[in-house]
Design a protein around this ligand. Structure first.
Ligand SMILES: CC(C)(COP(=O)(O)OP(=O)(O)OC[C@H]1O[C@@H](n2cnc3c(N)ncnc32)[C@H](O)[C@@H]1OP(=O)(O)O)[C@@H](O)C(=O)NCCC(=O)NCCS
Length: 233
């Protein structure tokens, strides 16, 4: 109780409002800021640090998926919509999963932001690796498996979204050549969505990410490319 009080005293006004709102039973206010990023396949992937089996999973693996994250209804709906799931398996358990979709429009889960998926593109989302298996190259193996599948489908572009403050994910993806194209700020108030969508200048990274992984000098030429106005994200 005393620790909670000290934490509350240390908060600034915005954090206090956010904390108060977060404790309300009906969650009238929800806020988020994320970026749409894009990359061209193929990109270089280092050899795996730990050998682990990666294969596509289906509805028959739902129990194992739910043991990783308890969102069975969501997983079932995704399979029903035709989205696909890669899983990394270790001794009969899932060490990590990774979803992807080629539906023409996919709604981002929290704010229903529509992500358009053109015919040359795959939208990859909800990558999760269980903590004991992180930094072993599993995400990289997901990308390799997805890339091999994309090559058979004539698709060569990948879209993803990353929250502005998920520094680990930014590190993992900027190093692969992913570059942000669009910034999305969402506020959900009493069930209504308000959004501000803006294009990202070439080389721009979120401030927090820049602090951790350096400025745009770290970006490759591919990341600096000015996206064509006719391209979708
Ligand atoms: C992000 C996440 C999926 C990465 O999975 P992973 O299997 O640990 O990643 P890998 O070991 O394949 O590493 C991929 C790259 O990211 C880098 N990386 C991974 N974790 C890192 C960390 N904690 N700090 C710095 N770099 C990191 C690796 O060095 C590697 O870079 P390289 O290919 O240039 O050598 C995992 O941390 C995770 O599940 N996080 C929680 C969920 C999440 O944030 N998902 C992403 C949503 S956008």
């Amino acid at each position: 109780m005393r620790i909670e009080l000290r934490r509350f005293v240390a908060m600034n006004s915005w954090q206090r409002v956010e904390s108060f709102v977060g404790h309300l039973p009906y969650k009238p206010l929800k806020m988020g800021m994320f970026y749409v990023l894009r990359a061209e396949w193929p990109f270089a992937i280092p050899p795996p640090i730990r050998s682990i089996e990666v294969k596509e999973s289906g509805i028959e693996d739902i129990e194992a998926l739910v043991r990783v994250h308890p969102k069975g209804d969501v997983f079932t709906t995704r399979f029903g919509l035709g989205d696909r799931c890669l899983c990394a398996w270790e001794q009969g358990e899932i060490a990590g999963y990774f979803w992807f979709s080629i539906r023409p429009t996919v709604l981002e889960g929290r704010f229903s932001y529509p992500i358009e998926v053109p015919e040359d593109t795959v939208y990859a989302y909800d990558a999760l690796v269980r903590e004991p298996f992180r930094k072993c190259g599993i995400l990289n193996q997901f990308w390799r498996t997805l890339g091999e599948w994309m090559a058979t489908q004539g698709r060569h572009r990948i879209s993803i979204i990353i929250d502005h403050d998920n520094v680990v994910s930014w590190k993992a993806h900027v190093s692969k050549g992913f570059y942000p194209t669009t910034k999305v700020v969402c506020v959900q108030c009493f069930g209504r969505n308000y959004r501000r969508v803006s294009p990202v200048q070439p080389g721009e990274l979120p401030p927090l990410v820049r602090t951790f992984i350096g400025d745009s000098a770290a970006l490759s030429d591919a990341q600096r490319r000015i996206p064509s106005k006719t391209e979708h994200v």
